[in-house]
Structures are given as structure tokens and as C-alpha cells.
Design a protein. Structure first.
Length: 216
């Protein structure tokens, strides 16, 4: 079932819920491992699964503000109020991405460019994504331990064949930086697919452990 028909079936007034974990596991100055779990629900109560997304990747840190990633994702999708426990569709995805960051005053800008090669059931597809995210610390000059911050992004998805526009996501969140490695965001996302839109409440945990050997 397509996303557009799925949204129509639910009704656009239904609010979904995404519970998310993101991790950058630092192995050395140059290398880290990306880990990610997203449990997406059709309804705001996390009891009606829409998608389970598992993603991992190998990051190469070109510079302090530039990171290259090659990775793999598995996505299992479920229809709204489906009676079966197995997903209606599964996707295996390979992706490549570049993340660039820069500071303008108190604002931190993050540009994410991503290419995806997708195997959805028996159908192969290519997709291009671009996300611009901006962070604004509220109680400190930069995002450090104890910082409350705002995060906003817009992301556009583009297909390379058939329908060019895939979807758009607009997101806003309030976040808190617990320490150097741990951050929590509570946000709201508006996703538009074709002529249909849906809103999602999001809770995101970011945990970036550093496994580099400390000098004695």
C-alpha cells in the first residue's frame, strides 16, 4: 500500500508517534559506527506499529565539520490496523551520505546529503535526500552539558524515476544536552507525501559514546 493511500485510509487528523535512538560510536579520530533504531506508530499511542527501521553505517570523519557515511538499513512496514503481525512490506536499503556543519553566531547549521539504493519487496528504487537542520542553544552560547536548545529541520526526498517528488518532512523540537554523549529531543514532525500530510510526535534519544583510548 502506498503512503498516500495509507494516509487517506487513516484520515489526516490521526497523529502518529516515532520513538527513536541515534548513536555515533567513536572508535578513533577518523572512524565511528552509526547505530539507529526507529519505532514508528500510526497512532500517538505506541501500540499500532507503522514501521520498524534499523540502520547502521561506517562513518569516516574527514574533518571536524565533515563526515562521510556508508551504511545499510532494514525497514519493515505495516498497514494501518492490520490484523497480521508480519509486515506488509520489507525494504533493504544501502545508503551513502555526507554531513557538513557550520556555525553562524549561536546557530549551528547541519547539511545532510544522502543517496539511497532501495529494494522494496521485489522493486528496486533510487532516492536522493537533502536535509537542512538548525540548532539554537537557549541558555548557553553553544550546546554543551546542561543546554536547552531548539532544533528545526526541513528534508526533501526526490526519486530518480517515475514521480520525482517523494515526500517532505518539516520538524521542530525542544532538546536537552545531559552530558557530552547524551541528548534528548521532544519534537513534532509534519510529513507530506503526494497530496496527503500527517503529523507525528517524536521522542529522540542521541547517545554518542567515545571508545577512543584515553592517553594516560
Amino acid at each position: 500500500m502506498s503512503s498516500g493511500s495509507l494516509f487517506a485510509q487513516q484520515g489526516q487528523d490521526v497523529v502518529g508517534n516515532w520513538l527513536m535512538y541515534f548513536g555515533t560510536n567513536r572508535l578513533s579520530d577518523d572512524w565511528s559506527i552509526h547505530s539507529e533504531i526507529q519505532y514508528r506508530n500510526h497512532t500517538i499511542e505506541p501500540v499500532n506499529i507503522e514501521q520498524l527501521l534499523l540502520r547502521t553505517g561506517l562513518n569516516y570523519h574527514l574533518a571536524k565539520n565533515a563526515t562521510l557515511t556508508m551504511g545499510y538499513g532494514y525497514i519493515a512496514s505495516h498497514d494501518f490496523e492490520s490484523e497480521q503481525t508480519a509486515p506488509e512490506s520489507t525494504e533493504h536499503r544501502i545508503f551513502q551520505q555526507l554531513i557538513l556543519t557550520n556555525l553562524v553566531g549561536r546557530l549551528k547549521f547541519e547539511h545532510r546529503y544522502r543517496l539511497e539504493q532501495r529494494w522494496v519487496n521485489d522493486d528496486y528504487r533510487n532516492r536522493i535526500r537533502y536535509r537542512l537542520m538548525v540548532f539554537l542553544p537557549l541558555n548557553k552560547p553553544t550546546i554543551t552539558t546542561g543546554t536547552v536548545f531548539l532544533g528545526v529541520y526541513d528534508e526533501i526526498f526526490m526519486n530518480t524515476e517515475k514521480v520525482f517528488f517523494d515526500r517532505n518532512r518539516l520538524y521542530g523540537a525542544l532538546g536537552y544536552q545531559f552530558n557530552k554523549s547524551t541528548q534528548l529531543q521532544l519534537g513534532y514532525l509534519r510529513q507530506r507525501v503526494n497530496n496527503f500530510g500527517k503529523n507525528y510526535l517524536q521522542v529522540g534519544l542521541v547517545f554518542n559514546p567515545d571508545f577512543r583510548k584515553k592517553e594516560s
